[in-house]
Design a protein around this ligand. Structure first.
Ligand SMILES: NC(=O)c1ccc[n+]([C@@H]2O[C@H](COP(=O)([O-])OP(=O)(O)OC[C@H]3O[C@@H](n4cnc5c(N)ncnc54)[C@H](O)[C@@H]3O)[C@@H](O)[C@H]2O)c1
Ligand SMILES: O=P(O)(O)OC[C@@H](O)[C@@H](O)[C@H](O)[C@H](O)CO
Length: 385
């Protein structure tokens, strides 16, 4: 049986990546720091996925086990020597933390003279996720190890799309997911094309796909979250029933749609259908997704290449409309989740530093070059009642 090593046994890891790997005949070793999940995987060797729809269809994923990388890091590198594929769904900020483990596995593969290709696919919500992981891994490799990795290791970028909310099953492994799913991998960066997965789309150029996904699903999702939070809602499905939220979502999607149309080879009809489908996904009555999950880590979401600042910069540069994006981005500074460290850090920055400095430092916008956007964001923030 083929072997996959997957980092991050959380919602999307079990609820999507695990499903596809299992369907493709892989035995999966999940790596995670959650003792509860890893122990349960090793005890049961299987888990269930439920589809959030009227039928509540279920699927059993078998041939799974786990390694706790906080307790047994050496087992992770040993597993990497024997694996046929590596995937991650762990969060962009955690990738640098697992890079040394992956590097150590690569060193051992080299020592064991494994002269066969291996792809490492980061399935995170970020542009260039696998290539970012590659950079982090290479920091721990010397010259000959880098040469080995150049020859045998691929880090193809990817875009993954399936809404998997926080779970409330009594069984820690069961996971409820939306029926929709899409996984796109950059074919040009594959080292082991013989291991192409069914139900995964391989694109010659991933950029249009990742931008379409991030600036539609994720910009839209976060728009519902931050607008909904501001109006006192707790869940995405409740927030989107409010006409003010839906109107803001439509306005934001129309702005990012104009940008995607200007940049890439999508047709207007294709993008309109895609956006309509996204709205229906957010409205799914069988899925309960909390606003605090979708709005989580607001400092990450304010990043220069992230779901708001990049479309803001690019619509601005192209003379396109960006008013709804601007108003929504300003709301991120008002998002308050006492359990979210980044939300609390943002509040403390706002309390102690000048507003425009905070905007510039949190978004990476340049006070000289991007002063118009910084001014406009500050005005939106201050005018908000
Ligand atoms: N949930 C979704 O709808 C969804 C959809 C598409 C993409 N994503 C992306 O997938 C990634 C994971 O999201 P998620 O929703 O599954 O989050 P999650 O919190 O459910 O899962 C993350 C897992 O990583 C584990 N983890 C954290 N630090 C670790 C470490 N140092 N070593 C090993 N394991 C560690 C956590 O214990 C957790 O089980 C994110 O990049 C997210 O943007 C999520
Ligand atoms: O995972 P984040 O924090 O980048 O974004 C939150 C949600 O928008 C996201 O997890 C979506 O549910 C997912 O990207 C759908 O494919």
């Amino acid at each position: 049986m083929k072997k996959a090593l997957h980092f991050g046994a959380g919602n999307i890891g079990r609820g999507f990546i695990g499903e596809i790997l299992a369907k493709n005949g892989f035995a999966i070793t999940f790596v995670d720091v959650s003792e509860e999940i890893i122990d349960a995987l090793n005890e049961k060797g299987a888990y269930k996925i439920f589809l959030a729809g009227p039928e509540k269809e279920e699927q059993l994923i078998t041939n799974v086990k786990g390694i706790n990388n906080a307790l047994e890091p050496e087992k992770v590198s040993a597993a990497l020597v024997e694996t046929d594929l590596v995937t991650t769904a762990i969060g962009p900020k955690i990738l640098p933390k697992i890079a040394p483990l992956i590097a150590s596995g690569i060193k051992q593969r080299k020592q064991a003279k494994k002269m066969r290709p291996l792809d490492v696919i980061a399935c995170e919500n970020m542009i260039g996720g696998s290539q970012f992981l590659r950079q982090e891994v290479y920091r721990y490799l010397d010259g000959p190890e880098r040469a080995y990795a150049d020859e045998y290791l691929g880090f193809p970028n990817a875009a993954v799309d399936r809404i998997v909310p926080k779970q409330d099953h009594t069984d820690p492994l069961s996971v409820t997911v939306e029926p929709f799913k899409e996984w796109v991998v950059d074919e040009s960066q594959l080292k082991a094309p013989a291991l192409k997965l069914t139900e995964v789309h391989y694109a010659k150029d991933l950029e249009p796909y990742i931008e379409r996904k991030l600036f539609s699903v994720n910009t839209g999702h976060a728009t519902v979250a931050y607008t909904g939070a501001d109006l006192g809602y707790q869940t995405i499905k409740d927030a989107i029933k409010d006409p003010k939220v839906l109107q803001r979502l439509r306005a934001v999607l129309s702005e990012t749609r104009a940008l995607l149309l200007a940049k890439w080879d999508f047709s207007a009809k294709e993008l309109e259908d895609y956006h309509q489908k996204i709205i229906a996904r957010f409205e799914n009555p069988y899925l309960s997704d909390e606003i605090v999950r979708v709005g989580r880590t607001p400092l990450r979401k304010l990043g220069y290449n992230e779901r708001f600042i990049r479309p803001l910069r690019e619509t601005f540069a192209r003379g396109l409309n960006y008013q709804a994006l601007l108003e929504t981005t300003a709301l991120i500074y008002r998002f308050d989740d006492p359990k979210d460290e980044e939300s609390q850090k943002l509040a403390s920055l706002l309390a102690t530093r000048p507003l425009k400095t905070v905007i510039s430092e949190t978004t990476g916008l340049d006070p000289k070059k991007d002063h118009v956007l910084i001014e406009q964001l500050a005005t939106c923030y201050l005018q908000h009642k």
